[in-house]
Design a protein around this ligand. Sequence first.
Ligand SMILES: [Zn+2]
Ligand SMILES: [Zn+2]
Length: 193
Amino acid sequence: MKTYDEVVDFHGHSCPGLALGYRVALRVLKEWGKPAADEEIVAIVENNSCAVDAVQVMTGCTFGKGNLIFRDYGKQVYTFIKRPSGRGIRITVDWKKPDETSQEKAMWDRYIKGERSARVVNFVHKRRSGRIRHILEADEKEIMSVTRGKEKLPDDAGVYKSIRCESCGEKMMEPRARIRNGRIVCIPCFEEK
Ligand SMILES: [Zn+2]
Ligand SMILES: [Zn+2]
């Protein structure tokens, strides 16, 4: 199993989002044992934050393999489904940030307003590492809720016919095609003003 430091290496920095994703992935691995070798676990992520990097590294569910599915709901929800059984775990992250003193709030305010004095920068670093530590050490119940059940497996990332955009001439997967003024076009050409 990957350590948090290895996840940080992949992601490029340590941050609260990554730490949350790490905890989510740990939770799944704790239950299911080992990362997916070849698509035995499918992950559906409902955001594209730092957390997803941790999920990819830890669980082996990646964009390229097609067993990481992004649904752009802007929610801290992660569903993992086992293939072929459809047995699933749905994890909702609900992390309550630690309370801050009014002095801490004032420091943060100064940072937001653009102050980069040594004192303010130092405070911000400490604040971030404190939060990361909090997430990594927190009791599971403090940061997430978990439900289990049968989940609907997403359609296989099937092999689609590729067709050519009648505007730019580039190829695209058939289900991504759009019609614009009666011509078959790709999404960028469709959305072009
Ligand atoms: Zn990050
Ligand atoms: Zn096009």
